[in-house]
Design a protein around this ligand. Structure first.
Ligand code: HEM
Length: 276
């Protein structure tokens, strides 16, 4: 289906309204996570997965452990889908991620329409394509993060930039089992995540939950996969770059996030591109 620039602008305005009117102020980060989990299933070898199809609407993909809690984001977008029935779920979820980033002060993301919706679960991706936060051991966790993002076609600098989205939002015990935010400004898109990573002494939190790290105040958290970005020398140099240069981060993030959302999408409509 071909959607016009005016159509896209109207849907984007509805997403901005949704974020303005939402009580808790924490929907924005969850929309970003929905767009990432819809897209991050891409496998460059088989050219399967990615945002095209919006297959997370169907079980088993909706039930994959990594997607726990994302029904909150999917349900929040349902009224907008009803208002704009010609707009596919796959386009809506990815546009919502891009708009949420801009809404929270992040860079403009180039976004192009053209995704289709799968009719049933036949296009669902197998479980295990999204990253685990912990592989139990430093080296294994570093290798896992790199392997998951290489499979999608990202290099070290792109993956460090993408994970900088953890400036936003928080972990919820009833979703992932982890708890807490990465920064003290979780509804503002910024390079704070990298600064917190570098400037704190991170220690293992002692609690009943899964292994996670805490700063000296105990207010902030890091997953083992976040710590991988400072444990690994090659990742760490980009953490330092982005902590020192927010403009470089915004630029790298915007282009990596567009690539993430477009991986595996074959029928993008260029004439209606928005964002730049
Ligand atoms: C939240 C893991 C990469 C965006 C989370 C949560 C986990 C997690 C466990 C907590 C979910 C919850 O309990 O609600 C990981 C791992 C990654 C990764 C292991 C890679 C190694 C990314 C990327 C993005 C992203 C690439 C976006 C570009 C987010 C956002 C939240 C989040 C915005 C907050 C969601 C909310 O507040 O509801 N992530 N993530 N993450 N992630 Fe990631």
């Amino acid at each position: 289906s071909v959607v016009s620039k005016e159509h896209i602008a109207a849907v984007a305005a509805a997403i901005h309204d949704l974020l303005d009117n939402e009580e808790e102020g924490d929907l924005g980060p969850t929309l970003v996570r929905l767009a990432w989990h819809a897209s991050g299933t891409y496998d460059k070898e088989s050219r399967t997965g990615g945002s095209d199809g919006a297959t997370m609407r169907f079980s088993p993909e909706s039930d994959h452990g990594a997607n726990a809690g994302l029904h909150v984001a999917r349900n929040a977008l349902e009224p907008i889908k009803k208002l704009f029935p010609d707009f596919t779920y796959a386009d809506l979820w990815t546009l919502a991620g891009a708009v949420a980033i801009e809404h929270m002060g992040g860079p403009n993301i180039v976004w192009r329409p053209g995704r289709h919706d799968a009719k049933d679960a036949s296009e669902c991706t197998p479980d295990g394509r999204l990253p685990d936060a912990d592989k139990g051991q430093v080296g294994a966790t570093i290798r896992h993060v790199r392997a998951i993002f290489n499979r999608q076609g990202f290099d070290d600098r792109e993956m460090v930039a993408l994970i900088g989205a953890h400036a936003l939002g928080r972990c919820h015990t009833d979703r992932s089992g982890y708890t807490g935010p990465w920064t003290r400004a979780p509804t503002t898109f910024s390079n704070l995540y990298y600064k917190e990573l570098l400037e704190n002494t991170w220690t293992l939190k002692s609690w009943d939950g899964p292994d996670q790290f805490e700063d000296p105040t105990g207010d902030l958290m890091m997953l083992p996969s976040d710590m991988a970005l400072v444990w690994d020398r090659d990742f760490r140099k980009y953490v330092v770059e982005f902590a020192n240069d927010e403009e470089a981060f915004f630029k790298a993030f915007a282009s990596a996030f567009q690539k993430l959302e477009e991986n595996g999408v074959s029928a993008l409509n260029n004439s209606a591109a928005s964002g730049k």
